[in-house]
Design a protein around this ligand. Sequence first.
Ligand SMILES: *Cc1c(COP(=O)(O)O)cnc(C)c1O
Length: 383
Amino acid sequence: MKELESLHFDPAAVPTPCYIVDEARLRRNLELLQMVQQRSGAKILLAQKAFSMYRTYPMIRKYLAGSTASGLYEAKLAREEMGGEVHIYSPAYKPEEFDEILRISDHIVFNSCAQWKRYRDQVQACSRKISCGLRINPEYAETETDLYNPCFTGSRLGTTLANLEEDALEGLDGLHFHTMCEQNSDTLERTLRVVEEKFGKYLSRMQWVNFGGGHHITRPDYDVELLIRLCQDFAEKYHVQVYLEPGEAVALHAGYLVTQVLDFVHNGLDIAIVDASAACHMPDVLEMPYRPEILGAGQPGELAYTYRLGAPTCLAGDVIGDYSFAAPLQIGDRLVFCDMAIYSMVKNNTFNGMPLPAILLAHADGRVETVRQFGYADFKMRL
Ligand SMILES: *Cc1c(COP(=O)(O)O)cnc(C)c1O
């Protein structure tokens, strides 16, 4: 059973559905990441793709060196709301967007030698100092799901050793790899061995190496000491600045999604319909797939009353999971899904005309701030 944790908000007092981020939990993650930066010498960036709730950026900026973007819009958001270093990586840049990218980015990472050659003159003609790098594909990843494996056969992400044109490295300051997903530092250690084996001769000509994201640093069983040692050793050996750009680890277990029970159906088992949707509000539940935890709920059959939780959408598979509760659910009951800060509000959608969840921030002092609420206009305006 998922133990009830001490919440900095009252689930009965918030609108549903809503995402609610817990400031104290976010800060705890940031403090750990700051300690890693200080001891390892690595700089840590927020990968905004996982978490872009910019209301919290001023706080994040106090702890991290900056952020990284998957494209122009995230880079603009970073420049406007976070400051610090703005890094960008995209598998391919659009000519129409590149001037603006040049105005706001500090590091630009290219996916291929061809992309770098296409934009090199523009970068070098720019009056701001921009540091450029190449994403490499070491063709080594320990991720089992292809959806999340940048090294699967036929991947478009990064340049393999065979495709690396040595003369194209002229003018590049850094190398970038991103091959991990929710992994511990032992995976990084094995990955670094492959990177060194394959790309070792290029590393010492670089000023920086970016180890990407997927480092689950703030998970309780994460081996932080090994990460620190790996970063230190690598920086020393090649005389480079090491960067890490975790997304998940920044806001891991720092947010919730609160929903309420709308109705019940019985069809071979008890089914509760709630006002949240896996497809719309927590798409990773279906994509990954995984079963999110609910505070105070157990595995099916673990507690006395088991229900399947489904959304008020027409998608048959819009089922969040099966859960058990100590008491029968009642209409209006609030359910609190855990670990919903990451890859949730950045991925949501209004399929079926579903309302977007409000975004709230629970401050450490108990004050609950409504950051944003959505309505019909937000649905209509995108269509
Ligand atoms: C997704 C991604 C990240 C962040 O990954 P997390 O698993 O959220 O830590 C960082 N860098 C790149 C290039 C990514 O694609």
